[in-house]
Structures are given as C-alpha cells and as structure tokens.
Design a protein around this ligand. Structure first.
Ligand SMILES: CC(C)(COP(=O)(O)OP(=O)(O)OC[C@H]1O[C@@H](n2cnc3c(N)ncnc32)[C@H](O)[C@@H]1OP(=O)(O)O)[C@@H](O)C(=O)NCCC(=O)NCCS
Length: 211
C-alpha cells in the first residue's frame, strides 16, 4: 500500500437478515459505475435497481452457509459471502466449464473446495485491515469444518481490480486459472486463485474423510 494507515479493530460475526440494508450500503460504496482499481470494485452496479440488489442479498443471506459481516463500533463496514462446494456448483453449474486451469494445476469438479464469492469493505475504509479480519474469521471457521482448498477470483479485465489482486496475493492465494464471463454485455476476464487452508492438515479434509 502506498499510504500507511492504522489498522481498525473490527469484530466479525455471521450476518443476519437485519444486516442487509447496511450490507447494501457497503456493497454500493464499491459496486457502482466507477471501477477504481486503487479502491477495488465489485462487478455489479448496486446503485442501479437497489431493491433488486437488496432482495438478492437477502436471498444470499438465507441460503448461504458462510455470510459474514465486519463491524466497527457496531456499524457494518464490510462483508464476505462464500459458498461450500455443493452450494456453489448448484448455484453456478457452468462455472467449472468456464475455467481454463493453469498447466500443472489439477482440479476436478468433484474435489472439495470453498468459494469466496464476494468480499467488500466500505470505500472509506480500504486498506485498514477489515478485509484481513473477514478472511481470518472465514479461515478459522473452514478449519473447524475440515475444508482445505479455498478458491476466489479477481477481475483482471477490462479493468484490472488491482486492490483485489494484491489482497488475494497477500492472503496467500496463488493464481491457478483464468475465467471469462459475460456480465451485462461486458466480457470480464477473471483470475482464479486457490489457497490451501493453513489450519487444516491434508488428512483431515472433510470430503477426503468420506471418500
Ligand atoms: C479488496 C478488499 C476486500 C481488501 O480489504 P481491505 O480491508 O481493503 O484490505 P486490508 O486492509 O485487510 O489489506 C490486506 C492487503 O490487501 C492489499 N490492499 C488493501 N488495500 C489495497 C489498496 N488500496 N491497493 C493495493 N493493495 C491493497 C494489500 O496487499 C494489503 O496488505 P498490506 O496491508 O500488508 O499492504 C477491499 O479493499 C474491498 O472491498 N475493495 C472493494 C471491493 C473489492 O474489490 N472486492 C474484491 C473482489 S470480490
């Protein structure tokens, strides 16, 4: 980061439906028409049809096993939405077919993994440790569930989300693939990242235990 700033002492907890208005505020602060690589951005423009986006967030909150919010002075300032393998594949059956894996990296659709779908921190608080706090809480919970492989994505084109790419790398993700996606008539290129949960030894992978 170019500008040093103090880390914030945030509390991370599971989200509830009552948080969704505050989550929407965070989402729309970085998910709008401005795609600023130095702040990071979300692909969706949450300021267009806010009611539809709020309904979508409410649905995710009801369906998602891992939806977290970060709070600063009891005010939501960031959130993370992630899905277990089966949840992800049923929501997004075409996802695997869209990925071109890096040579030497092998991943089968049946392998266990967790997908970080969205992580967002309020635009006023970028770079102050909120994303790291959300990531740490997710890692700890996934460790308790025995989930080793964690996937995530960053947009690299048409505008590279440099903040997201730096964040993934800093959190220990490595580039394992590329995925193209048509969203609202725009062709996005995504870097696909993978990370092995450092808190889970190989033999305790949840799916591995049963196979
Ligand atoms: C990407 C995001 C979640 C990171 O969370 P954050 O709270 O800003 O990040 P942290 O303060 O915890 O920083 C962790 C690392 O991220 C990277 N990072 C954070 N902000 C950055 C910035 N503005 N520019 C470059 N790298 C940055 C750094 O590597 C940093 O490590 P360091 O503090 O040792 O330098 C957040 O900036 C965000 O929500 N951006 C908008 C939405 C988005 O892009 N989401 C990701 C795609 S779904």
């Amino acid at each position: 980061m170019l500008v040093p700033s103090t880390r914030l002492d945030v509390a991370v907890r599971r989200a509830s439906v009552n948080d969704m208005d505050a989550v929407y505020e965070v989402a729309s602060s970085v998910g709008n028409a401005v795609k600023d690589p130095s702040l990071g951005f979300l692909v969706y423009d949450y300021t267009r049809d806010p009611d539809a986006h709020k309904r979508r967030l409410l649905r995710s909150c009801a369906e998602c096993s891992h939806f977290y919010v970060a709070e600063l002075n009891r005010k939501v300032c960031g959130f993370l939405i992630g899905w277990l393998r089966d949840e992800w594949v049923s929501r997004y059956p075409e996802w695997f077919g869209q990925v071109t894996w890096r040579p030497g990296f092998k991943m089968d659709p049946g392998d266990d993994f967790f997908m970080v779908d969205v992580i967002a921190v309020h635009a006023r608080l970028t770079g102050r440790g909120v994303g790291t706090a959300l990531h740490k809480r997710m890692i700890a919970d996934l460790a308790r569930e025995g989930i080793r492989r964690i996937l995530s994505e960053s947009v690299i084109g048409p505008i590279p989300n440099v903040t997201s790419m730096m964040f993934r790398t800093r959190m220990g993700f490595e580039l394992v693939g590329i995925r193209y996606e048509d969203e609202g008539g725009v062709l996005y290129t995504n870097a696909v990242y993978s990370k092995i949960n450092p808190l889970v030894p190989p033999e305790t992978s949840a799916r591995g235990r049963h196979s």
